[in-house]
Ligand binder design. Sequence first.
Ligand code: M6R
Length: 610
Amino acid sequence: MCGIVGYAGSVGNAKDIIIDGLKRLEYRGYDSSGVALICNGKLEVRKRVGRIANLEELIKGETFDSKVGIGHTRWATHGAPSDANSHPHTSPDGSIAVVHNGIIENYVELKEWLIKEHGITFRSEVDTEVIVHLISVFFEGNLEDAVFKAIAMLRGAFSIGVVCKNDPDKVIGFRRNAPMIAGIGKGCNFIASDIPAILKHVREIYLIENNEMVVITKDDIKIYDMDRNEMHRDIFHVTWDAESAEKGGYEHFMLKEIHEQPKGLYDTLHRRLDENDMIKLDGINLTKEHLENFNKIYIVACGTAYHAGLVGKFTIEKMAHIPVEVEVASEFRYRDPFVDDKTLFIAVSQSGETSDTLEALREAKRKGARVLSVVNVVGSSVARESDDVFYTWAGPEIAVASTKAYTTQLMSMYIIALYMGITKGTIDKAYYEEFIKDLKAIPEKAKAALATEPSLQVFARELYKNEHVFFIGRGPDAGVSYEGSLKLKEISYINSFAIAAGELKHGTIALIEKDTVVVALATQDKLYEKMLSNIQEVKARGAYVIGLAKEGNDKIEKQADKVIYIPECRDELTPLLSVIPLQILAYYIAKERGCDIDKPKNLAKSVTVE
Ligand code: M6R
């Protein structure tokens, strides 16, 4: 959460480059933004509550002759969004500025110490302010020294960017359990929280490791560990095209990313198939012996990634014959779960930076589990700390509401399950081949599922005023219901609730009354009749039912008020298709309600705090 950009260079104006970078990081937080620029020996700081557009409005008309600076877009943790709490924060004499992503856990004691021992007056409520005061207290002419001394006193997970008018050619970054990269330009260099911020300018980056300082000037990048040893780092080449992080003619990133799903599904599958359609898990060392050793699998994740795990459980258990538990990361890490060296821990994360998932992974590793991660962002923390990594090929996902990351995570689950089954011998070759054939048909079928868009637009116009929506389903459909419900609530602010359809009658059905909207997923052939009965139950209480079924299964039309069809496919694979109309429905309902779809209130794309 929060986005940082730092620039040192002779190419262009630091203000424009930093603001452009911040706009591309706005998905990380958008409560306020600010910049600190070194201009002709002075440090100019401008910051404003609200979107980056507010900051642009504030500084329009001002010209800053600047080649070095830092910027920040905030997702508030300590202190409400306000001008005073916005970053950058500055030292009392206005010579040093700091931007920060993360949390300083011991800021209260540091604040007391700074007040008592150094007579500092605090001007904001944010934890970040202690960092700049510490640096200023320790500054004796060398900024690196002062930052190292300050860092040594900080506890928590954070990354920072620092500039100082008395050391005016450099930007210092530091990373501890919050993302940071350095971009290698020609006559300019960058630091940033994520690649899209600087992709327009550079395609070669260094991945900064935990507890490392990075110092950029226009001609140089140096990386140091905490003992101040200079570190060598291989260059990482970014393979995305710059357009994949742009809206490409769509009104919102979310809609664009929904439409990118056929490609993401195709890429995720085909990158893992050899010319004989056998799964090749390059970079993953899970042998038959390893798989036979596991007596338990945990899939641990948050939000949408957790929902992908709920569906993955069905296929992995079925194919690998190993019991699978799926758990939200924030619960897993604090309940002392039973994990040992016979446990496979699968972490699922789009960003690879989600703090809860990362900490759960570390806990599992400490207890001896082998860690396989399913991650979208290459080189992210989750990927780096795992024994084996399965990368999804969704491409950059910018909208806060996750769409293509989910379907590519699902695709990964099927591939992992098939690999386990064929390697262990718990599925046979004929079953494997049939399943692969069906998987290969999915990208085209996903295109067909996208064709529901015009009718869903019409439904959205009819439904957008409802304040409560229920999602029900059975088996894998229950998992997809959770995801459909999350999509709707996070972008439209409608109170939506998902429940396994059979569980409805044990309490929740009390909430169903005349015209309550119920979205009923009925894509599982063997559960179809049961779902029709569940639809009857809610219809009997007056519900307005939108059914979702496979083409050809049209008995549902007798019970539901509206029906959405997805292409025919085997039961196990319907989640790859059924979620698409639910994403589209959520999108158009949010649009009808005038919501800020790519940046929903109170949320951020990458949740790097607990
Ligand atoms: O980056 P991650 O996949 O680890 O993120 C996990 C959740 O924060 C994320 O899926 C969140 O629930 C999305 N906003 C849902 O659309």
